[in-house]
Design a protein around this ligand. Structure first.
Ligand code: ZN
Length: 221
């Protein structure tokens, strides 16, 4: 994973308190790096980061080596993960001062993460109030509400739209009649609302039974 030029033994601990999984980080000087997430029962996970020597190609077979400390790399990765969701964005990754995070460092990270999640939930509440449309609620906002243990009307994913088998327009699940082409998609439901004749769905045998019943008990029903 690390290039042969990396001979530094100094490591720092990149700490993650979120169970979120991120795609590996890529840097030319170390290749690919996967930030660990805590397993169930753990409150944090540590990804050890080593310093590297980067090599700059100056052309004419001349190269220049430069040092990148473990801390610089770790801070860079933490900044990238934390900062991808707008202002005040924090996803629970930080660089510990020592090999293990202190209680104070963990408490601070938990506080920042919760603050950010509450901000996301507040934004989703506003959006919901305005539009009542679950399509405008982001996955990040849903995730924040779930992690805070909040029950929200916008928490559930909207049912996916289906295609009308006749005209291929997008239709809501459970509709009786296609809005764009008028195809009857649920005859029973359409009949219930008087959109098609109810007897079309009755079998001839069904109608005969009704007729016999009426003969036997004329006063019935
Ligand atoms: Zn249709």
């Amino acid at each position: 994973m690390a290039p042969a030029t990396a001979k530094e033994t100094e490591t720092v601990s990149l700490v993650n308190i979120s169970t979120e999984k991120w795609p590996p980080r890529h840097r030319t000087y170390f290749g690919s790096l996967e930030v660990r997430s805590p397993e169930s029962g753990e409150t944090y996970a540590i990804t050890p980061i080593r310093g590297c020597t980067g090599v700059m190609d100056l052309g004419d077979k001349r190269i220049m080596e430069y040092r990148i400390t473990a801390r610089e790399i770790a801070e860079d990765v933490a900044r990238e993960i934390n900062g991808d969701s707008g202002e005040g964005s924090f996803h629970g990754v930080f660089v510990a001062a020592g090999p293990e995070p202190t209680e104070a460092e963990l408490a601070d990270a938990r506080h920042r993460l919760e603050e950010f999640q509450r901000r996301l939930v507040a934004a989703a509440d506003l959006e919901w109030e305005r539009t009542k449309n679950p399509m405008f609620i982001t996955d990040l906002e849903r995730r924040a509400a779930r992690q805070l243990g909040l029950e929200k009307p916008w928490l559930y994913d909207p049912k996916p739209l289906a295609d009308c088998p006749v005209c291929a327009e997008k239709i809501k699940p459970g509709v009786a009649v296609c809005r764009s082409c008028g195809a009857i998609l649920d005859r029973e439901k359409a009949a219930q609302y008087g959109l098609v004749a109810a007897e079309e769905k009755d079998s001839p045998r069904g109608r005969r039974v009704h007729a016999e019943k009426r003969e036997q008990e004329p006063a019935g029903k």
